[in-house]
Structures are given as C-alpha cells and as structure tokens.
Design a protein around this ligand. Structure first.
Ligand code: ADP
Ligand code: 5GP
Length: 208
C-alpha cells in the first residue's frame, strides 16, 4: 500500500511497552473511559492466552495464513516476536481511520517505526515499568508464559526500553490509575492540536 492510498481522517496512537509493563491493562481502562476509541486488532500466530477473544484481542491465525497475507502485501508492518509473527493489517487500521475513528495501535518499537514512516500523523507513546524488578514480577504474576519465555521477554525489555527516546510521550505505569489518566490526557491534548481543527474551523464559516 502506498502513502497516497491512505485516506486518513481519524488519528492513531501507537502504544508500545516492554512485555509485561501493563499496556493491555491500561488500554482496556482507556477504552472504558473513551468508548468511541477503537483498537487496531493485530493478526498473530501466537496461541490465545486464557481470556483472550478472537477478533477483540487478536486475530489468531496459522503461520501459513499469516505468510499468505504478508505475501499479498496486506500488512502495513509485521514482526517476529518471541518466535511468533505479529502484523498490523492495512485494511483494519485504515478503514477505522477513514470512518473517522481514533485508533489505539499496540505494537512493538520495530513496528512503530515502520508506521511512523508509512502513515504520517500518528502519536507515539512509550510505557515504562516503574522498575525492572517490578517488570519481572508482573511478567511472572501474569502466568501466561512458561519461565523460559518470561526470561526471554525480560531480556528483550532491556533493549526495548532504549527506544523510548524517539517516542512523543512517555508514561510510567507505577500506579495504574495515574498511568491511565496520563494516557487519556495525551489523547485529549492531541485531539485539540490546531492542525486537527480544520473541520471545526470550516464549520464556523459554513454556519455563518
Ligand atoms: P502488557 O500488555 O504490557 O504485556 P499486561 O497488561 O498484560 O502487560 O500486564 C501484565 C501484568 O501486570 C498483569 O498481570 C497486570 O494485571 C499487571 N499490571 C498492569 N499494570 C499494573 C500496575 N500499575 N500495578 C501492578 N500490576 C499491574
Ligand atoms: P503479546 O504476545 O504480549 O501480546 O505481544 C508481544 C509483543 O508483540 C508486544 O510488544 C506487542 O506490542 C507486539 N505486537 C502486537 N501486535 C503487533 C503487531 O501487529 N505488530 C508488531 N510489530 N508488534 C505487535
């Protein structure tokens, strides 16, 4: 898909964080506070965790299905994380935005960089854990992966954290309520950016 093909009306907010930091938890709370906000549902070859719902959390697909989609150029970006493939479908994201929705995109820094290049106008938020020790505890407490996968996710976190520097905002998830309200404040402020106000100003003249 070419840049010119992207008919963008809503905005998108990328939320990245080392695995286990709490971004899924924060985003779920934000959706409750902002019901019009939508989620870009990625495709993945990872098996579902208990409680994860097909089409809400991810589209769970086989490796063959994923590779066919990738070969057909259906992903804006995709990456291999911890042995599984994850991708953002161009159709899902651009249709939501073309319909006027604002969209949260939960992807890793590698995918975030690709979106920044391919889809201008995104807002990039990095979420940090309060300490590495607490990150390790959260990964363990979630009980969704075996210890060796937890260890790999923890090791990867140390590299991923270095990426915070090129994001627009950083939120520290020490207290959940505070982190959610910081993310909501970012969203609200970004909605009020002057360059997003063209429609409002046009309405002023037209209503004159
Ligand atoms: P991620 O989506 O970043 O991988 P999750 O949202 O799955 O992380 O959170 C990982 C674990 O940490 C979960 O068990 C979640 O309940 C817990 N958690 C999230 N935020 C906090 C917080 N602020 N304080 C304590 N535990 C938290
Ligand atoms: P998890 O298995 O914990 O749900 O996700 C593992 C990592 O993959 C997280 O960093 C998450 O943000 C990332 N991820 C989820 N969906 C996508 C995607 O579509 N593209 C990319 N590049 N990363 C993704």
């Amino acid at each position: 898909m070419k840049k010119e093909d992207l008919q963008i009306q809503g905005m998108y907010i990328v939320v990245s964080a080392p695995s286990g930091t709490g971004k899924t938890t924060i985003c779920r709370r934000l959706f409750r506070l902002c019901p019009a906000l939508r989620f870009s549902v990625s495709h993945t070859t990872r098996p579902p965790r208990p409680g994860e719902v097909e089409g809400r959390d991810y589209f769970f697909v086989s490796r063959e299905e994923f590779e066919e989609m990738a070969n057909r150029g259906e992903f804006l970006e995709w990456a291999c994380n911890f042995g599984h493939l994850y991708g953002t479908s161009a159709k899902a994201l651009t249709e939501l935005m073309a319909g006027g929705s604002d969209v949260i995109v939960d992807i890793d820094p590698q995918g975030a960089r690709t979106l920044k290049e391919r889809c201008p106008g995104g807002v990039f938020v990095f979420i940090l854990p309060p300490t590495l020790e607490e990150l390790r505890n959260r990964l363990a407490r979630r009980r969704s992966e075996p210890p060796e996968v937890i260890a790999r996710r923890f090791e990867r976190a140390k590299d991923e954290i270095k990426e915070y520097i090129w994001y627009d905002y950083v939120v520290v998830n020490d207290r959940l309520e505070k982190a959610v309200s910081h993310l909501q404040a970012i969203y609200q402020a970004e909605k009020l950016r002057s360059f997003r106000m063209e429609g409002v100003v046009r309405g002023l003249w037209e209503g004159k």
